[in-house]
Design a binder for this molecule. Sequence first.
Ligand SMILES: [Zn+2]
Ligand SMILES: [Zn+2]
Length: 346
Amino acid sequence: MRAAVFHRSGLPLSIETIDDPQPLPSEMILKVCACGICGTDLHWSEINNAESGWRNINPGAVMGHEFSGEVVEVGKEVSGGWKVGDRVCAMPQIGCGICANCLAGRPHRCSKVLNRASPGHPGAYSEYTRIGAQETFKLPDNISFQEGALVEPLAVGLHAVRRALLKAGDNVLIIGGGPVGLSVALWCKFFGARNIIVSDLVKTRADQAVKFGATAAIDASKEDVLESFSIEAGSHPSVIFDAVGVAGSMQLAIDYAPNYSRVVVVGLCMVSDSFQPAMAVVKEVDISFCFCYDRSDFEMTLDMLAQNRIDTNGLVTKSINLEDFPQAFEDLKKPSDQIKVMLEPF
Ligand SMILES: [Zn+2]
Ligand SMILES: [Zn+2]
């Protein structure tokens, strides 16, 4: 099969023919119909070093973890009635299926987890990929493959909002208008936040958040974020999301945090960073970190998409084929107005 292969930082991905994936008895093979480009992969391919605190990608690896498609092969021991032709999406990790973490719907916590882009397990920047039957979800008929590929980033936002213990009427500041920030905004609206204000150094990015649930946008390159927030919302934020994940963004969230507020770090910073604990201590800020999602986040997202209770219209700003994929991947490393760029290999 063809796939977009990583060789080293600084070098674009290259389209190559690699071995077709073979399913273990408990797995299936998915024909990838849509796979979103994720900011994590963009950072990861640039900051690939042992000090990052994040696992390294090996030369020859294939990334891609926001995908949907069609089942083309079902392993011998797969239960649950899966069959060839099923339209599905899946959690990107494959767990053992029997440990407490897997049973709790958290395969990423499984000690035997198989992560994408690890040796022998190519991700979905490719034509086909392995999926675990336990981590797979049927797409309701009214959900397109593109929407199916949005379930993963939407589940990230849902998990973050759950971690924030968001209450109806909360005033929310989201730092960062990228796909994660937009996903968080969408769920904050869903759960009844009063004001949802997104700040970004690129004004057009902050502005586009208004289409996805934000009530206002702040151009952080020109405005005083807290002052603009107060004018717009009539109060300070009670919850602040760091949806950027670069060195300094967590400190910024703490700077913006009023006394007794909550800071939720959902952006994944892959370099060393420092912050002033005293400021957080004095303010008695509750800081939470979030990573991934669990099964219930995927199920809820799918359900709300199927019921048309969340609107993802406009989140996908570009679709590309495999040939054009490496260039599109490089382009996203520079500031742009793109939100979610989707690979559609077929
Ligand atoms: Zn992602
Ligand atoms: Zn397990």
